[in-house]
Design a binder for this molecule. Sequence first.
Ligand SMILES: [Cu+2]
Length: 122
Amino acid sequence: MTRRALRSALATAAIAALLALGLAGCSAGKPDPVPSDTGVEPAVTVRVIDNTFEPAHVSVKPGQAVRWVFEGPDQHDVVAGDGSFVSELMSSGEYVHVFATAGDFLYDCSIHPEMTGTVTVG
Ligand SMILES: [Cu+2]
């Protein structure tokens, strides 16, 4: 192998390694889970069913909580676009989040991109 061919092969390997890292980063793209809030009475409940959030849009006031109830049988999660509330993948049980500040909070399910919802706090 010539030196030029070796250099080319090394460059190709380096690019392949970078691409692999990038792909791994994408598949690990879900933010870290945020613990469910406890000891609060939720203002509204969203059913998490296969494969939709029902209702997909809810409104609360600052300081109020939303409860998501997972009804399965498939696993789903609740992942805020800004990472402020993130549940585990679940097929039963519930996840509660208190919204302290006003705004529109978009979220989805990490494994079903068609599952989207919005919480309006105001
Ligand atoms: Cu889902």
